[in-house]
Design a binder for this molecule. Structure first.
Ligand SMILES: [Fe+2]
Length: 490
């Protein structure tokens, strides 16, 4: 029988303590003033385990059931709502009142009653495209969510059109064509080398899906597009079916294996894919952006010299503390004709990069990302890296110019979203949830920050009367787009 209490590990304590509250709070208090131009919804994906882990001792935060949360901002007022994504897994476990799914991404460790049940927890990114909201996680298909009620509509395959069994949590939306470029790895099943590359049109319909085989079954968390190309970077965090069948870890990072980048014309055939070998042993979860630059492609990578997740290093026999992982924001210059990659460091360590929507796949001047800086204070355990971020950067990767906002020793910052401004010369705003250690627990607040003046700190804060668990990714949806979607659904 599964445990009835969450185990006393850091994955379930402090900021990681399960919250499990589906709430609607109208008119949160606002300290300062939220500019009237900020009107819309800030959606957040939050892993929040509904039940203690089945196998008793521990699990990592990436297994937590997906909670979709929303700050709705209009005329300076803010409402907050949260709902679990009612995945097949969530519903099966809720009925049983206990966990039925075993180890992270290993179905061979599940309770036999859920054999064949979709395992995804849809906890990684809320994606908005063509008037639909999806909750995504790379190990399964997306779940469609009603953006107004936050009710779960269901597992989404574009009315049977999508063949891939999985979809990334990092789709890329072209700002001019409004197409969504996406992919799924392990598309043909557990530990398969199949990757599906698909494009959803501005009308929300699947326009194309092509499959190709990768050099190995890597964890392909993110990809990139430019105006000409689609880029599939592979790093050697690798799955193995026999290991899974033996009850082992889904991922082992193989420090001696090369990285690869698959490059193809974004509207081309997968038969045109060129595979370019990159440095061995490195790993990245996220790319800030990519763009065409004459005959080459520039790709800005939050790069580490090994896998940044302690639970993966541990399963891989890589005995390195988080402080010994070397990272940087790096620019990879990729020459598809010469099949070469050259690398240069353009910024300090950090992750969870963010750009303006209009800059996707284009030459761009600046972006934002967050990091843990030990000079701010000791680490606050949170998220899969087991260290919360305490510093926000605005960076100009082309010239290395950087501005930072440090959170000090008691606060952590989650990934921000960017809200564009229509005022000429105004760079818009960032919205981010900041968690603060207070007494024995944490209090959270939404911060509103001038995007081009991050060092100034917040211009408005919105404290929450309920605790919030650390978010993975977020998405901003302008009010006009929400209203149009609601009108179309009515
Ligand atoms: Fe991600």
């Amino acid at each position: 029988m599964a445990a009835r209490a969450f185990p006393p590990s850091l994955h379930y304590q402090g900021l990681n303590a399960p919250v499990r509250m589906e709430v609607d709070i109208r008119d949160l208090g606002v300290e300062g003033e939220i500019p009237a131009e900020i009107a819309g919804a800030f959606f957040r994906a939050v892993p929040d385990p509904a039940h203690p882990p089945m196998l008793g001792e521990d699990d990592n935060v990436l297994s937590g059931d997906g909670m979709v949360a929303r700050f709705l901002i209009q005329d300076g007022s803010v409402d907050y709502s949260s709902r679990y994504v009612k995945t097949a897994r969530f519903e099966a476990e809720r009925k049983a009142r206990r966990s039925l799914f075993g180890k992270y991404r290993n179905p061979f460790t599940d309770d036999e009653s859920v054999a064949g049940v979709d395992r995804t927890v849809a906890n990684t990114t809320p994606i908005w495209h063509a008037g639909r909201l999806y909750m995504t996680k790379e190990d399964g298909r997306a779940y469609a969510i009603d953006p107004i009620t936050l009710d779960t509509i269901g597992r989404w395959d574009w009315n049977g059109a999508l063949k891939s069994e999985t979809m990334t949590a990092h789709a890329r939306i072209d700002p001019e064509t409004n197409e969504m470029f996406a992919f799924g790895y392990e598309a043909g099943g557990l530990a398969s080398k199949d990757i599906s590359y698909f494009i959803i049109g501005a009308d929300g319909e699947l326009k194309s899906e092509q499959w190709f085989e990768a050099p190995y079954c890597a964890m392909v968390h993110d990809f990139a597009i430019t105006e000409k190309y689609a880029l599939f970077p592979l790093f050697p965090t690798i799955a193995d079916l026999d290991r899974l069948k033996a009850g082992g870890a889904h991922w082992v990072h193989q420090q001696d294996q090369p990285s690869w980048i698959g490059v193809m014309p974004r509207y081309g055939s997968v038969d045109e894919m060129v595979w370019i070998e990159g440095p061995a042993g490195v790993h990245a979860y996220h790319f800030m952006n990519a763009f065409d630059d004459g005959g080459v492609i520039q790709l800005d990578v939050c790069l580490s010299d090994t896998n940044a997740f302690p639970f993966i290093r541990s399963a891989s026999g890589i005995d390195r503390h988080q402080s010994q992982v070397k990272s940087s924001l790096s620019r990879w210059t990729i020459d598809p004709a010469a099949r070469t990659i050259t690398e240069r460091e353009v910024g300090p360590p950090g992750d969870l990069p963010m750009i303006q929507k209009k800059d996707q796949g284009r030459t761009y001047s600046h972006g934002w990302y967050i990091t843990y800086d030990p000079r701010q204070g000791p680490p606050i355990p949170a998220g899969p890296v087991e260290t919360a971020c305490n510093t926000l950067f605005r960076i100009e990767p082309g010239n290395g110019r950087i501005e930072a906002l440090g959170m000090g020793p008691t606060r952590a910052i989650n990934e921000p979203v960017h809200v564009a401004s229509s005022q000429p010369g105004h760079g818009g705003w960032l919205l981010a949830v900041v968690d603060e250690a207070v007494g024995d627990g944490f209090k959270s607040a939404l911060w509103v920050i001038e995007a081009d003046e991050v060092a100034k700190g917040p211009i408005a804060t919105v404290p929450l009367p309920v605790p919030l668990r650390p978010q993975v990714h977020g998405w901003w949806v302008p009010a006009a787009e929400l209203e149009a979607a609601a009108a179309a659904a009515a």
